[in-house]
Design a protein around this ligand. Sequence first.
Ligand code: GDP
Ligand code: GDP
Length: 437
Amino acid sequence: MSKSIVAVIGRPNVGKSTFFNRLAGRRISIVEDTPGVTRDRIYAEVEWLNHTFSLIDTGGLEPSSSEIIPSQMRKQAQLAMEMAHVILFMVDGRAGITAQDQEIAELLRKNNRPVILVVNKVDSHQHSEYYYDFYELGLGDPIEISAEMAYGIGDLLDLVISHFPESTHSHEDQDQIKVSVIGKPNVGKSSLINKFLGEERVIVSDIAGTTRDAIDTPFSMDGQEYLLIDTAGLRKKSRINDDVEHYSVLRAIAAIERSDVCVLMIDGREGVTEQDKKVAGLSHENGKAMVILVNKWDLVEKDNKTVNQMTKDIRRELGFCQYAPILFVSVLTGQRIDRIIPAVQHVSNQHAMRIQTGVLNEVIAESTLMKQPPSDKGKRLKIFYGTQVSVKPPTFILFINDKELMHFSYQRYLENRIRENFGFEGTPVRFMLREKS
Ligand code: GDP
Ligand code: GDP
């Protein structure tokens, strides 16, 4: 099921980052940290009751938030309105309403997204002295919190999740593969999508996105149904200037979370850039399958070593997603683009693959025989057994004697052995460790 997105906006100094850090602290971290991927504070997973959602700070990457200009704030608000299910509009309970607050409120009122007006810095159990003034913003009841003292956060989160759309589950077709095309501006995403949706493919129909302005486009090929995520923003080109890296990364988050497979497009002339690393990292951390396309291959000067060299570079730069198949393509000339959909289908199957507990344990037993598990102070790691608990991505629980004894390198070894035996091409796999005596 796709995760809901909550955006925090507001003028500088109202306490957005304080709030963000407080919630991000609750983040349940996913098994391993991804080396080489910087975690920006723009994005965190938050768990509350039975919900997990993504919290986005649209201002998070601005160089100096105190010098932020009004047009930037409008852009942030716009972005939040485009992608969030719920918007938290934060104001300062000690400063009262400012002209900037009023300006943002006006934008938000014109929109039909749920907005919660959050009055921060209410550090005592008394109303802010401006409490009643905040009603003037026309955004309903102000909710008072203190990000610093952690007052009112639970009630706020209860309110946030009450606005989430009812399960989007029922509308989702289990057999459909949800694909997003991600990559830097100008790398060729729209061109590729237009190729997919070109006349030779059957476009089933356009279904208007229910919770955001995005339009997902279903199409089918060779009897398989696909849903192309969030293509509206691509085809129309967004109102927001995508050249700002920050915004295009944020927009990618929304698409990635709703996908099964991310098709990452890299510009063959430039190789892997920082932004590519970031979006690849998001795909990996969200447990999505991935196919890497090196596009504009027609423009690359090459000899018989170029493919190898480029492959090496990508494997080095994107070390955490060794599993992703790489295709060298030219959307313009059509070179190898017929391989893309089969690759998507393949990694999607691998992403949903389930291994029987019996065979899995044969592989684990054999692996521990071939390479002894690590030991520390005379105590050796014992793996009693493993079982696959879920798919998309494939996730295994290993029952072991002592978590402290499981080294990253040994876990990587096991992962490699499992991949050698079962494949899992194109998908991350995860391990959870449980102690058992
Ligand atoms: P941002 O620019 O909106 O991200 O704001 P920051 O999170 O950087 O906070 C700006 C200032 O307000 C910092 O000095 C914070 O310590 C302070 N602040 C944030 N939350 C609270 C709060 O709940 N109470 C008080 N008294 N100060 C706060
Ligand atoms: P987007 O911003 O990622 O959606 O990129 P576009 O699809 O708009 O493509 C940007 C530009 O690159 C356009 O002028 C395309 O025609 C061009 N382009 C896309 N793919 C290729 C390719 O494989 N080779 C060459 N030479 N140009 C390409």
